[in-house]
Write a protein that binds this ligand. Structure first.
Ligand SMILES: Nc1ncnc2c1ncn2[C@@H]1O[C@H](COP(=O)(O)OP(=O)(O)O)[C@@H](O)[C@H]1O
Ligand SMILES: Cc1cn([C@H]2C[C@H](O)[C@@H](COP(=O)(O)OP(=O)(O)O)O2)c(=O)[nH]c1=O
Length: 208
């Protein structure tokens, strides 16, 4: 079986961390080789860039921010994602390029064509086999992350920013529905988890 590349995305507070834990179990129960990783990050270079990008004191302008996201992604693809897939290991990434379209494109307003050009240059056609998009109304996500003590550079953004970010995610999913499972994360955790499991099941064991 070809190794699958799966990404998990959504606005902050959508429930990614919560459901990554359940996804680990899903793979473990089936004895499937899998590597969990994240963006920005996943490599020493990527983690250093992550620290820079998430630091509220960082003054990177929008193009610089976008290039740094893709710089981290290039290293991640070269050192981690492509080698794992080539070795037959499934890869689950906590965020990927959809986040750039949503945050730098939708949220901050960088033209989507600029992001698409970088996507092509860095990914050379590689796309996730499945993107699990956890969708949630902003008010609910804000309630859920209210208790965070310190917010990173993106979490400090305002409601309009996150509404645009959410809309950009949904637009991407609507434009290429075969790649996405849009999951309503404003439901009980067990239901969200069951819907994620069902999407994984469809990817790994498609019905004829
Ligand atoms: N379906 C859910 N119902 C209620 N609370 C949830 C649900 N999913 C996640 N949470 C809670 O919301 C908060 C944010 O979830 P988290 O998984 O950290 O989001 P993310 O990683 O996407 O920022 C956590 O306190 C988590 O326990
Ligand atoms: C991958 C990526 C992330 N981001 C943002 C989204 C998140 O706010 C932040 C990464 O944080 P996140 O993955 O949500 O980590 P945590 O759960 O620890 O908060 O980076 C972008 O703006 N563009 C990108 O391309």
């Amino acid at each position: 079986m070809n190794a699958r590349f799966i990404t998990l995305d959504g606005i902050d507070g959508a429930g990614k961390s919560t459901h990554l834990a359940a996804m680990r179990q899903w793979f473990a129960q089936r004895n499937l080789p899998v590597l969990f990783t994240r963006e920005p990050g996943g490599t020493p270079v990527g983690e250093a860039l992550r620290a820079l990008l998430l630091n509220p004191a960082t003054q990177a302008n929008l193009r610089t921010e976008t290039l740094l996201m893709f710089a981290a992604r290039q290293q991640h693809l070269d050192d981690i994602i492509r080698p794992a897939l080539a070795a037959g290991t499934h890869v689950v990434s906590d965020r990927f390029t959809d986040a750039t379209f949503a945050y730098q494109g939708g949220g901050r307003g960088l033209p989507l064509a600029d992001i698409a050009a970088l996507e092509q240059w860095v990914q050379q056609g590689l796309q996730p086999d499945l993107t699990l998009l956890l969708d949630i109304p902003l008010a609910v996500s804000l309630q859920r992350i209210e208790s965070h003590r310190s917010k990173d550079r993106f979490e400090q953004e305002n409601a309009d920013f996150f509404n645009r970010t959410r809309a950009a995610y949904l637009q991407r999913a609507a434009a290429a529905p075969a790649r996405y499972a849009v999951i309503d994360s404003n439901q009980d955790k067990a239901i969200v988890s069951a819907e994620i499991d069902a999407a994984l099941q469809r990817l790994f064991e498609p019905r004829p």
